[in-house]
Structure formats: structure tokens, C-alpha cells
Design a protein. Structure first.
Length: 508
């Protein structure tokens, strides 16, 4: 459970008894229109009462004359009024029996006050309230109130009593509200500045996040552990969050078997393009490693491909300065943040398995297995079928001719594709490999082969109209239950890549 920042219980027990009386006296100043308030408890000999007060009235009940007495009415004395008695008990527990005892000791039934208030920092029960009400009504008290801990805290939280709260407990909610208002205004200003700089819906825009404590930018060599704890790093923006700015921290190749609830990912190469400077050797090594990992992951069945993405949240309140212009080295906005030891500039992270741009899978509830190798082999190639070309639909051929990789699967219900094995390479008739600059056809490499029976295929196609259209377009008719559907997944490869591999193999 998230812990929220709130004001804890007030410690009335820390107040000396007379200070508790002073607290109550200050709280009652605007309770009524008083003629006078007397702190009787401080002088002793208070007859059980700590505060005595006279309420201002136009005519005191004690001064009213009997109309039949024949006496001449006299105007009330200006200092007289309804008498109120306040009894203060700085006790945390007061039960019904003790409430009755306090009233019995303090309220004279023959000469009761007009009003009576019992104040204690206790949590009174319903029975205590009932006893309090009954005892005072029997004694002829006209108005009476039982103020417990809850009532006292409520009164102290009113803005009008903020001075009292600060005097006795050193807390000012008005100051807190003013500070909070200042903080809110600052956050709104930062948010609006980001919107002006990045746009209303920023995505894929770069920002440089810098440690506000750093004084060596742009010389990363000044830090021996810069790679482990960078003091500045460029990120691509994913969007705005109600609390701050979301950036993409990392993205790695992943494997997901939804049917078994299993997944794995590799952290060997981050798919997010680095915007910082790097040497030619570093760039070449990184590119070579990525090609190895990419070539390995190309052979994952399309239904089980994913990437593990991690987004980080930088809160508005943690942003010290926003420089919308940047500098010559990083010509885009710079945001200064006080980095933390472990999380850097981030308040928190989200991590999911991305299936595509429109669908993510939560990692929680899935079992992680060991699927990726620790070291990745060089890209593999099977047989290059130079003299054979499979037949494909006109739509698939047109897409390949235009360089589209949308159609990455071939379907057949006969044996026309059975000669192909994983990693084999073959050309597509009627296409041209424009990237390699040759007259040869577009080449594809087989990345996965499988067969499914017609009944299974029919169930899958029923739930996926787009796939149903694709299969129907390639095989020329509807699937029936007795069919054996061949599914061949592929990727486009280029002749120069194959020739380069063949040359390196001969050299070796």
C-alpha cells in the first residue's frame, strides 16, 4: 500500500494541563458572542470549572421579572448574560461512568449554568454521549456539548484556528497550503513549458536529461563510472503523464509463448538508438553485435516475437530547469534533474512485453524461462536455391517488388514449399532486388516452417478476418477440415549480405 503524506494525530498528551485549558480557551473565542471569558482554572478554587464565560444577550434570563410581581422592570446590567461553564480534562480515556461522575461533581442541579461543555482528547463512545445528554437535561442545563479528540482536531484544522494550531503544536496548515499552491504552480509551469517545447502529444522527440549536481558536462571522461552512472543521457520521449514526462529507457528482443505463459529476453543489445557520441570502434562493435542478435531473433516464430520495453517517469516536481534550446552538442531540449543514486532521474518505471504498436503484454503472472543464449552465433544461411522460385500470389509479389515486408508469410496446401528448410534462401519470381543494385529477384530467407490441420486453421481464421483474407489470397480457395496447411515464414535478405558471408567463409 502506498503511504500518503498526511498530518498525524495531534499529541494533546504533551500539553501541560493548564496549557490544555489555554488551548480550549483560545478555541472558544468565536464559539459564541461573549461578554467575557474567565480562566478560572489557573487560579485554583474553581469549583470544578476551568473556564467561565458570559454570553452577550439583550436580556439575561436571571434578570427577567415576574409580570405579576408588580415590581418595576429594570434594564439588565451590561456585564451580565447567559453563564457557560467549560470543564477541561486532559485524559485520553473517559468512559460513561466517569462522564456521569464529572457532571455530578461539577454541575449543581439547584443552580445550573445556561451552557456546559466538557472537553477531553478522548474518543467518546455512543453510550458516553447518551449519558452526557441525559445527566445534563436532568439538571436543567439548556445547551451542552461534549468535545472529544475528533472535535478538537476538526476545530484546529479550520483555517480560522491555524494560529492556535501553530501556537500549541508548531504546525501551520495555512503555510502548508501556500507552499503546496506554490509547488502546484511550479509544476503547471514546467508542464506548460514542455508542451510549448515538445508539442501537445510529444512522441519520439529527443531530450537530454542532465544531473543538476553535475559540473563536468560535456566531458564524460571526468567520471570513472560514467557508463554505470551517467550524469546525462539522451532519451526519446514517449509522452506526457499527469505526473511528468515519460521516456523510453530501453528495448530488448524478447520471446513470449502466451499459450504456456512463458517469456524471456536478452539484455545484450539495447534497440534504442544512442544519441551520445561514441568512437568508430564502439559503433562498429555495437552494430556487429546487434546484427548477430537480430539474425538469431529473426528465427523466432512471428507469433512468439516480442520486445521487452522499459519506460521511465520523470516527475514535473523533480525538474529543476528546462532549457528548451539545448546546445551545439545536443541540439534539443535539456532537462535538469537531481539524480538519485540508484534510479537516476526517474521516479519509477513501467516494463512490459510489446507485441506490436497496439498491443502489450504484462510481465506479471508470466514465468520467465532461459531461452536466449549467453553468446549469439554469426548469422546462419542454409541452401541458396538459385534455380527454383516458389509461386506466390500477385498481391504478395507486388508488395515485395515495392519493398514492403508486410507479407512475411507464405501459405500452401500442396507440397510446393516442402523442399524449403529453415535458413534456406530463394528468389521470388517477378521481383527485383533494387537495394543490392542487381537485376536479380528479391531474395527471402526461410525463418520458420510448420504445418497445421485444416480444422485448427479454420478456428484461427474465423477470429482473424485479416489473416483469413491473406490465406485465401495465396491459396485461391477456402480452407476445409481435411487440408494440411503449410506455413512458411520468411524475411527479406540482400545479395550483398550473402556474398559477404560467402567470401568470409572461404577466407576462413
Amino acid at each position: 500500500m502506498t503511504v500518503t503524506r498526511t498530518l498525524g494525530p495531534l499529541h494533546f498528551e504533551d500539553l501541560e494541563p493548564h496549557r490544555f485549558e489555554d488551548l480550549v480557551r483560545e478555541l472558544i473565542y468565536d464559539f459564541r458572542d461573549w461578554q467575557s471569558i474567565e480562566a478560572t482554572g489557573r487560579s485554583g478554587g474553581d469549583d470544578g470549572f476551568d473556564i467561565r464565560a458570559y454570553e452577550r444577550t439583550s436580556l439575561s434570563s436571571s434578570e427577567q421579572r415576574d409580570e405579576d410581581s408588580g415590581e418595576e422592570d429594570l434594564p439588565p446590567h451590561p456585564m451580565e448574560g447567559n453563564l457557560w461553564m467549560f470543564q477541561c480534562k486532559r485524559e485520553a480515556e473517559i468512559g460513561p461512568a466517569k462522564v456521569a461522575r464529572i457532571i455530578d461533581d461539577g454541575v449543581n442541579a439547584d443552580n445550573p449554568p445556561y451552557g456546559y461543555v466538557l472537553v477531553a482528547p478522548a474518543n467518546f463512545s455512543k453510550k458516553s454521549f447518551d449519558v452526557f445528554r441525559e445527566e445534563l437535561r436532568k439538571r436543567g442545563v439548556m445547551e451542552f456539548y461534549l468535545w472529544g479528540r475528533g472535535a478538537l482536531e476538526d476545530m484546529l484544522h479550520f483555517a480560522k484556528n491555524d494560529r492556535v494550531l501553530f501556537t500549541f503544536f508548531g504546525i501551520s496548515l495555512v503555510s502548508r497550503r501556500k507552499s503546496r499552491a506554490t509547488e502546484i504552480l511550479a509544476n503547471v509551469s514546467r508542464k506548460n513549458k514542455l508542451i510549448r517545447t515538445l508539442g501537445d502529444h510529444p512522441r519520439h522527440k529527443p531530450v537530454l536529461i542532465r544531473d543538476a549536481k553535475d559540473s563536468h558536462y560535456p566531458y564524460s571522461d571526468s567520471y570513472k563510472n560514467f557508463d554505470e552512472r551517467p550524469r546525462w543521457r539522451a532519451y526519446n520521449v514517449r509522452g506526457l503523464h499527469p505526473l511528468g514526462l515519460v521516456v523510453r529507457v530501453s528495448e530488448y528482443f524478447a520471446y513470449l509463448d502466451k499459450a504456456k505463459g512463458e517469456w524471456d529476453s536478452t539484455s545484450v543489445t539495447n534497440l534504442i538508438r544512442r544519441l551520445e557520441d561514441e568512437s568508430d570502434e564502439e559503433r562498429s562493435a555495437r552494430q556487429e553485435l546487434r546484427e548477430k542478435v537480430q539474425a538469431f531473433c529473426d528465427f523466432i516464430p512471428h507469433a512468439k516475437r516480442a520486445t521487452r520495453v522499459k519506460d521511465g517517469l520523470i516527475k514535473f516536481c523533480d525538474m529543476v530547469v528546462i532549457d528548451e534550446k539545448g546546445d551545439e552538442k545536443f541540439d534539443f531540449p535539456h532537462i535538469y534533474v537531481d539524480f538519485q543514486e540508484k534510479k537516476g532521474p526517474f521516479f519509477g518505471f513501467w516494463e512490459v512485453l510489446k507485441i506490436n504498436e497496439h498491443h502489450n503484454e504484462e510481465i506479471d503472472g508470466l514465468k520467465r524461462i532461459k531461452w536466449f543464449p549467453l553468446e549469439f552465433p554469426a548469422p546462419r544461411f542454409g541452401i541458396f536455391h538459385r534455380d527454383r522460385m516458389p509461386k506466390v500470389s500477385n498481391l504478395t509479389r507486388d508488395l515485395l517488388k515495392r519493398g514492403s515486408d508486410y507479407r512475411h508469410t507464405l501459405y500452401a496446401i500442396d507440397e510446393a514449399l516442402d523442399f524449403l528448410a529453415e535458413a534456406d534462401i530463394i528468389g521470388i519470381e517477378g521481383t527485383q532486388d533494387k537495394v543490392s543494385g542487381t537485376d536479380g529477384p528479391v531474395l527471402i530467407q526461410i525463418t520458420n516452417k510448420r504445418k497445421i490441420v485444416g480444422k485448427t486453421c479454420m478456428r484461427e481464421l474465423k477470429n482473424d478476418p485479416s489473416l483469413n483474407h491473406q490465406v485465401l489470397n495465396q491459396i485461391g480457395r477456402e480452407i476445409v477440415g481435411k487440408d494440411q496447411l503449410r506455413i512458411v515464414e520468411f524475411k527479406v535478405v540482400y545479395r550483398w549480405a550473402i556474398e559477404s558471408l560467402e567470401k568470409s567463409s572461404k577466407t576462413a
